[in-house]
Design a protein around this ligand. Structure first.
Ligand SMILES: Nc1ncnc2c1ncn2[C@@H]1O[C@H](COP(=O)(O)OP(=O)(O)OP(=O)(O)O)[C@@H](O)[C@H]1O
Ligand SMILES: [Mg+2]
Length: 201
């Protein structure tokens, strides 16, 4: 999923993120991130098949580190800058650590169980998606990381990777905005439509 605009970050108006490889071309950087994301999917889907994953906040941080660690020093680390998007201010950097503790509890209490049907699973995953998004713990890559994490849960429960192509980017963003006010219904609809049995990869 591409971005319409870059983030507003306090004290950092750079268009291209400073990276370890010294890449100064936005397109090359985006293409590389796309490749890295594919590799990250392959890596964690393999771990999932081997039964080696626990769905907790630690795993989300490991995914982010694996995904972007080759490029950015801040991969897998809590951001130290304030971030807003379309006038939406995400969690204050000073509050992220505490918010993640609350999030980890929420995650534990809302992980799907085998008896849950598609409706219940989409409800639980929408809560996880929206609450994680409101915290936005990373400097960049929050969307891709939480979508990958939710994909792993979906696959674990016999679904395919969640298909966001059944909605529009605009509706998805609207669902994220509503989620910031704890209205998860729009995201739930998107995830419900995106969940399909056994269509993995
Ligand atoms: N106006 C908004 N209000 C709330 N959340 C938003 C808004 N716009 C985007 N988002 C959320 O923030 C995410 C983008 O975060 P970030 O740029 O850190 O991650 P990303 O992996 O680069 O995202 P993406 O691949 O979706 O562009 C989106 O995927 C969406 O979940
Ligand atoms: Mg982004």
């Amino acid at each position: 999923m591409g971005e319409h605009s870059r983030y507003n970050v306090s004290g950092d108006e750079a268009k291209i993120l400073k990276n370890k490889l010294g890449i100064a071309d936005q397109k090359i950087l985006e293409d590389l991130e796309t490749l890295l994301l594919k590799d990250t999917y392959a890596h964690f889907l393999t771990l999932l098949q081997k039964g080696n994953l626990k769905f907790n906040t630690k795993l989300i941080f490991e995914i982010h580190k694996y995904f972007l660690g080759i490029l950015y020093a801040w991969a897998g680390k809590i951001r130290t800058v304030e971030i807003s998007k379309d006038d939406m201010l995400f969690c204050a950097s000073s509050q992220i650590k505490k918010s993640l503790q609350d999030f980890n509890r929420l995650l534990k209490n809302n992980l799907p169980i085998s008896q849950n049907n598609r409706k219940v699973i989409s409800k639980k995953l929408s809560l996880i998606h929206c609450e994680f998004n409101a915290i936005h713990p990373f400097r960049e890559g929050n969307g891709r990381t939480i979508r990958l994490f939710l994909d792993l849960i979906a696959v674990d429960f016999g679904y395919g990777l969640i298909d966001y192509g059944k909605t529009t980017k605009m509706n998805y963003i609207k669902a994220c905005v509503a989620g910031m006010q704890k209205d998860y219904s729009k995201m739930q609809k998107i995830l419900f439509k995106g969940l399909a049995r056994g269509a993995n990869s």
